[in-house]
Write a protein that binds this ligand. Structure first.
Ligand code: 13P
Length: 256
C-alpha cells in the first residue's frame, strides 16, 4: 500500500510572493526524486487552497484543507465548507487537530459533525487523535484514543468508513522535539486497528490508513513511520521547508 505524506502548513505563507516561492521550490525539489510509492498532500491555509490546486501537474501532489465547518452553506461568518473545498479541487480535510481542539474547542461532537460533512462532500477526512502529556503520564492514552475514535466517527456509515484517514498525533509531540518510540507508536497503531476491527469489522480495519504526526523530520521519518508500520506521516514545521519535506517522502519511499 502506498504511503500518505501530508504537509500541514498551518497559518503560514503570509504573502503571495512567499506562497509562490514555496510552490516553485516544492516543485523543483520533487524533480527527479523517487517518491513513486507516496501520495503527497499539501494542506495550505484556506486562502491559498485554490492557487495550490492550480499548481498541480502530473499528480505531483494533492491538496487538502486544514479545517472546514460542518454546514455546507449559510450564515456562518468566516467559515468555509467541505463542498467549497471539493468544488475547487481539494481532496482531503484535516479534522480534530489538537491545535483546534485546544484553541477552538473542537470537541469529539464537533469532530463528528465535521467528518460527516467532509464525507458527504466526497473528501477524505484526516482525523487527528492523540493524548496529552498528562493523559500519557496518567496511563490514559488508550482511553482517550478509544473515546476520540468512537465519538468522532459515531455517525460514519460502514460504506464510507474506509475513506477515513486517522492521524495519531500525540499532543506532546506536536511542535516540540519529543517523540514517542517506534514501539509506543506501534502500540497505538495496533489499538486503532483493534477499535476499527471491533466496531466496523476486520476488512475495514485492514483498509484504514493510520498516519503518525508530531515532530517528524527526515532524520526520524523511518523510526516514526516505517518501523512502527504506519501508513504515512502528518508533518508540520518541516513541511514548510520543501527540501526537508521532499526528503521525508524520499526516505519513506526508500524504506517501504
Ligand atoms: P510539527 O511537525 O511541527 O510537530 O507539527 C505536527 C502537526 O501538528 C501536524 O499536523
Amino acid at each position: 500500500m502506498g504511503k500518505l505524506i501530508v504537509g500541514n502548513l498551518k497559518m503560514n505563507l503570509l504573502t503571495v510572493a512567499e506562497r509562490d516561492r514555496y510552490l516553485e521550490s516544492f516543485k523543483k525539489e520533487l524533480q527527479g526524486k523517487n517518491v513513486s510509492e507516496c501520495e503527497i498532500v499539501l494542506c495550505p491555509p484556506s486562502i491559498h487552497l485554490e492557487s495550490f490546486v492550480g499548481k498541480i501537474e502530473k499528480n505531483d501532489f494533492s491538496v487538502g484543507a486544514q479545517n472546514i465547518f460542518w454546514e455546507d452553506r449559510g450564515s456562518f461568518t468566516g467559515e468555509i465548507s467541505a463542498p467549497m473545498v471539493k468544488n475547487i479541487g481539494g481532496e482531503y480535510a484535516i479534522v480534530g487537530h489538537s491545535e483546534r481542539r485546544k484553541n477552538f474547542n473542537e470537541t469529539n461532537e464537533v469532530v463528528k459533525m465535521k467528518i460527516n460533512s467532509i464525507l458527504n462532500a466526497g473528501l477524505a477526512p484526516i482525523c487527528c487523535v492523540g493524548e496529552t502529556l498528562e493523559d500519557r503520564q496518567n496511563g490514559k492514552t488508550t482511553d482517550v484514543i478509544i473515546k476520540q475514535i468512537h465519538e468522532g466517527l459515531a455517525d460514519v456509515p460502514v460504506s464510507k468508513i474506509a475513506t477515513v484517514v486517522i492521524a495519531y498525533e500525540p499532543v506532546w509531540a506536536v511542535g516540540s522535539d519529543s517523540v514517542p518510540t517506534s514501539d509506543e507508536i506501534m502500540e497505538v497503531r495496533i489499538l486503532i486497528k483493534k477499535i476499527f476491527a471491533d466496531t466496523f469489522g476486520q476488512p475495514v480495519a485492514e483498509k484504514i490508513k493510520i498516519l503518525y504526526g508530531g515532530s517528524v523530520k527526515a532524520a526520524t521519518a523511518k523510526q516514526l513511520c516505517i518501523d512502527p508500520g504506519m501508513d504515512g506521516v502528518l508533518v508540520g514545521r518541516e513541511s514548510l521547508i520543501p527540501m526537508e519535506f521532499v526528503k521525508i517522502a524520499e526516505i519513506i519511499n526508500q524504506n517501504i
